[in-house]
Design a protein. Structure first.
Ligand code: RIB
Ligand code: CA
Length: 320
């Protein structure tokens, strides 16, 4: 039986790859998509999402608009990473579709509670929508299998030295989600930064006959220039798509269940603190340990196998 999933996205180049994979893989049933400001402004994220679902041959998946900015922070787009349009300049046909006439929170609430089996909620963006949902309708936790989120890091950051963009963008939201009592799986930068498609393969797709393959190749080929003098290297990272791959092929990742929390103050604001110790420390022995939440953390990955799973799925199963 296919895993029922809902994706929360800030489409973005790699969110687009994740959406294509989620539609294509036969072991996933994409119930709905909720949009949030992050990589781009909300209106752009919604339009990008609708266009990508049209490309994937999934025009019936409901899409809702959510938060226009984080709970506390101002919106800070990642246009330097994903381009002004959020898709790295990739021009897709305009969509004839509109988002549903309800908020992301309402679409999430209604879809989760109506599904006959527990739903897997996949967060690939700042977790503002999820925090609003869990604070407004905590009853949804009863029909959530788990939350799989692309975010955080047990090592280095990207938005800052220690914080990953999705968590850094809305740290309060991430803290609320972690503490909502729903089992969480963290697909952080420790594995996110390792799963890539070789350049020659991306070029082959981009120049090939397969329409979806051409779009995937173009998205993989988008280069990130963080400043005028930053030399934009090819990375080929599948990014968010790897988090969705982990649902259908968990055996390709090495995970550990570890205490974690989100830092909300100081220079480390937005950092996901992960306790990797193998023995208690003074904080635990003297009863001064703060509240930490056990989270399944992806710390290792068979990167080539995940990249192959992604490519094989989108090329073989999306409209040619
Ligand atoms: O840090 C990477 C994450 O931030 C990805 O989800 C990317 O799409 C951006 O949202
Ligand atoms: Ca994203």
């Amino acid at each position: 039986m296919a895993v029922p999933v809902i994706l929360d996205v800030d489409t973005g180049v790699d969110d687009a790859l994740a959406l294509l994979f989620a539609v294509a893989h036969p072991e996933l049933e994409l119930l709905a998509v909720s949009c949030v400001a992050g990589n781009a402004a909300l209106e752009q994220v919604v339009d990008n999402t609708l266009r990508i679902l049209d490309v994937a041959g999934a025009p019936d998946v409901p899409v809702a608009a959510g938060a226009v900015r984080p709970l506390l922070e101002p919106a800070r787009s990642a246009s330097h990473v994903h381009g002004a349009d959020g898709l790295g300049g990739l021009v897709l046909p305009a969509t004839s579709r509109r988002p549903v006439d309800e908020s992301a929170v309402e679409l999430l609430r209604r879809t989760i509670l109506a599904h006959p089996v527990p739903v897997t909620l996949v967060a690939l963006a700042p977790q503002t929508n999820l925090a609003l949902l869990l604070r407004t309708h905590p009853e949804v936790a009863g029909n959530l299998e788990r939350i799989v989120f692309m975010g955080g890091s047990a090592s280095v950051g990207n938005a800052t030295a220690v914080a990953e963009f999705n968590v850094w963008h809305d740290p309060e939201a991430a803290a609320i989600v972690l503490d909502a009592g729903v089992p969480c799986y963290m697909y952080g930068l420790d594995v996110f930064n390792r799963v890539a498609v070789p350049h020659e393969r991306a070029l082959e797709l981009e120049q090939g006959e397969h329409r979806a393959g051409r779009i995937v190749g173009a998205l993989l080929g988008h280069r990130v220039a963080l400043s005028e003098d930053d030399h934009a290297e090819y990375t080929g990272l599948i990014g968010d798509a790897g988090a969705v791959c982990s649902i259908v092929a968990p055996e390709l990742l090495r995970t550990e269940r570890r205490p974690a929390r989100v830092e909300l103050a100081g220079y480390g604001r937005g950092q996901t603190l992960v306790d990797l110790r193998d023995r208690p420390g003074e904080d635990l022995l003297h009863g001064v340990a703060d509240e930490w939440t056990p989270v399944e953390i992806a710390l290792g990955v068979d990167a080539d196998a995940v990249a192959a799973l992604f490519l094989d799925t989108v090329v073989e199963r999306l409209p040619a």
